[in-house]
Write a protein that binds this ligand. Structure first.
Ligand SMILES: Nc1ncnc2c1ncn2[C@@H]1O[C@H](COP(=O)(O)OP(=O)(O)OP(=O)(O)O)[C@@H](O)[C@H]1O
Length: 307
């Protein structure tokens, strides 16, 4: 189990401290999948780096089971065998092939096992056809997949992923995401994923942590937070929403009815595939709702909220 106990961390720039994490407490079980979300600059990457032991804490402690994770002040080499970290900037060996990169840290004493392991990982990241390709000739998304496979090669107990699919095109993203996250579950590898993409979270995360103002402001299942997001920042992660009488109401929860207290004049239609997102105005506010078809501009409709 990962235990993060009361940790505080600041970057120091020209003697001035920039506090990024303030008294964070949480734990992650073996095999558990945690997503960290938050605005850009809220400290998601910093939190992953601190857990990895890349920086020294100002306060608090981090443990994986009984081992305390210590920073560079205490460790000549950053990192531990049981934990892997795939950063946004993946550092690969450009002049050797994909399979050589993936197998880089696997022992050569067991060539058959090594070959099988590399093949298994090539399949997880869907790069079988690129095994013999030199990494320098790969695209950004392909490199990201090699970095993922390399991090998994020695089967860590916990893996930290920073925006793991950010460079991957939509065509491959869906199946790659399923393949990687299902693999981690199967092997009981804990993972902490920093992401902006709700698709990384909703179907896969056991818990979702929201970072804001240097603190964890929510730490619940995606289902619980979707149902009761508590604050606009969390709701925004799930889609378009409105604040009506201080209540968060998602755009899809508003429906056109014959008459109601909520009268809206249609301002714009946005095509979304199987529905349109409609932007409308009341006398005071902008309201977003969904409709199967496009509506006439300036048309007046009445809305009601449904669960
Ligand atoms: N090496 C560094 N030195 C000084 N300040 C830094 C450093 N890295 C990040 N910061 C600052 O720390 C804060 C948190 O940055 P961090 O990269 O952790 O945010 P993030 O939530 O991961 O952002 P994003 O979603 O844009 O990747 C920001 O204000 C950033 O400017």
């Amino acid at each position: 189990m990962l235990k993060v106990q009361n940790i505080t961390f600041s970057y120091t720039k020209k003697g001035a401290a920039n506090p990024v994490l303030n008294k964070l407490n949480f734990s992650v079980n073996r095999g558990e999948h945690i997503s960290i979300i938050g605005e850009s600059g809220s400290g998601k990457s910093t939190l992953l780096k601190v857990i990895y032991g890349e920086y020294d804490l100002n306060e608090g402690q981090i443990f994986w089971n009984d081992t305390e994770i210590l920073g560079p002040k205490y460790n000549l080499v950053v990192g531990y065998d049981f934990m892997k970290y795939v950063a946004q900037e993946f550092d690969l060996m450009p002049f050797i092939t994909v399979e050589e990169n993936i197998g880089k840290h696997l022992s050569n004493f067991f060539p058959k096992e090594k070959k099988e392991r590399v093949q298994e990982l090539l399949e997880v990241v869907e790069l079988e056809d690129f095994a013999k390709t030199k990494v320098k000739t790969l695209s950004g998304g392909q490199k990201q997949r090699v970095a993922l496979a390399r991090a998994l090669a020695k089967q860590p107990e916990i893996i930290l992923l920073d925006e793991p699919f950010s460079h991957i095109d939509n065509f491959h993203k869906q199946s790659l995401r399923r393949s990687v996250f299902n693999y981690l579950k199967e092997k009981n590898i804990a993972c902490i994923v920093a992401t902006h993409d709700s698709e990384d979270v909703l179907a896969f995360a056991d818990r979702m942590m929201v970072l804001h103002d240097s603190e964890v402001i929510a730490n619940k299942s995606p289902q619980a937070l979707y149902k009761d997001p508590e604050m606009p920042l969390t709701a925004s992660f799930f889609g378009e929403f409105n604040l009506i009488n201080d209540r968060i109401i998602y755009a899809h929860q508003l429906q056109i009815v014959e008459t109601s207290d909520l009268k809206v004049r249609v301002h714009r239609n946005y095509f979304k595939g199987h529905y349109y997102l409609i932007e409308g105005y009341t006398d005071e506010d902008i309201i977003f709702f969904e409709n199967k078809s496009k509506l006439e501009i300036d048309q007046e409709v009445y809305l009601t909220s449904v669960p």
